[in-house]
Write a protein that binds this ligand. Sequence first.
Ligand code: FAD
Length: 403
Amino acid sequence: MSDSIVIIGGGHAAAGLCAGLAEAGLGARVHLVCAEAELPYQRPPLSKAFLKNPEEALQSHRAEAWYADAGITLHRADPALAIERAAQRVSLQSGAVLEYERLVLATGAVARRLPQLGAGLANVALLRSAADARRLREQLAAAASVTVLGGGFIGLEIAASARALGKAVTLLESAPRLLERSVSAEIAEHVLQTHRGAGIDLRLAVAAEGFEVEGGRLAAISVDGRREPVELLVMGIGAAPDTALAEAAGLECDNGIVVDACLRSSDPAILAVGDCANFPQTPGGRRLRLESVQNAGDQARTAVATLLGREEPYRALPWFWSEQGGLRLQMAGLMPAGGEIHRRPGATPASFSLFHYSGARLACVESVNAPMDHLMSRKLLEAGKSPAPDVVCDPKTALKALL
Ligand SMILES: Cc1cc2nc3c(=O)[nH]c(=O)nc-3n(C[C@H](O)[C@H](O)[C@H](O)COP(=O)(O)OP(=O)(O)OC[C@H]3O[C@@H](n4cnc5c(N)ncnc54)[C@H](O)[C@@H]3O)c2cc1C
């Protein structure tokens, strides 16, 4: 029987798995199967520096020679098409068949697309991959105005980048506020005012429907019943876990591939990590699926431990960042429902942190343009410390001293 470890997916989680397995001396057993032609690369810059600067290159996690030196076999631009669990093998588009002892699914997520806006429209874009980003960068360069659908992190980052390029930007959000699933109402309001202040026509609680297509292009949309011409439209309406292979192979899926705390799927020979995995936050407790670089990297470490036969349940503190023009948002921990919120001022009026408490327990900290406070808050949360609200809200308190 093969002793191969096959990883499907070439993103952040896959890069972390390769690094961990190489460090453990197992590189020669690893096959990395990537649908994309690129070596695993950093996705966050795609909506930020990469969009704004035509000279900006993709940032690979590691050079090609590193994989060769580690003994890792790369299968690029060769998506896995099917998993045969009984025979423990994976077939690739090229016709290659890889046998595995252990298989790790790191297939990430796919950008959601409005069904009315098919893939063929020349002036409609979405952003998930390097290929999407290259296309959108060119489309942006040629456009004077852009309409962004969706006020989540990626929609806002694209809107801010387009604005920085001098474009006339309209952002349409159907919910009554921004970032509804991810940040507090206070932060959402701050983000809204900042973007409006930068000249983005940001509209909340609007119904964008009635898409008018003409000659392979989207000509106009109806916004709250009014026809609005469109030059370029970007969909930033979220992503769905890529579970296609897992579902076809009969693995348990429910908003992602269902895994245990050691990231084993319903088939113990198969693990799942990163954006595609739905994991238990606490033993037997609430399940979560996170879309962040932190989660992909930390889960890769847990998965390596599992592959090495160590039981190290995933318990990492979630944290996230987003850059939107001059706004740097950083979050650590999970926001409690109905908790108390206390504000710590930062060094400038545009910089502050919100400390969220669940009873007396510090549960989450959201920071705006306050990277040091974010870093120290993360350490406090990781250490399970809950300093009193009046102490953290005093700007004279050095958070470091509370550790
Ligand atoms: C534009 C953008 C900006 C972002 N900004 C931030 C940020 O600022 N901060 C942050 O924390 N997170 C950010 N994220 C989210 C972060 O990038 C993801 O959470 C992270 O990439 C997840 O890593 P992953 O390995 O699980 O999935 P991915 O990085 O999505 O990688 C999955 C890979 O699997 C491949 N794949 C899928 N199916 C197959 C198959 N059948 N065969 C072979 N390969 C397959 C895909 O092509 C893809 O390359 C951003 C995401 C995007 C798209």
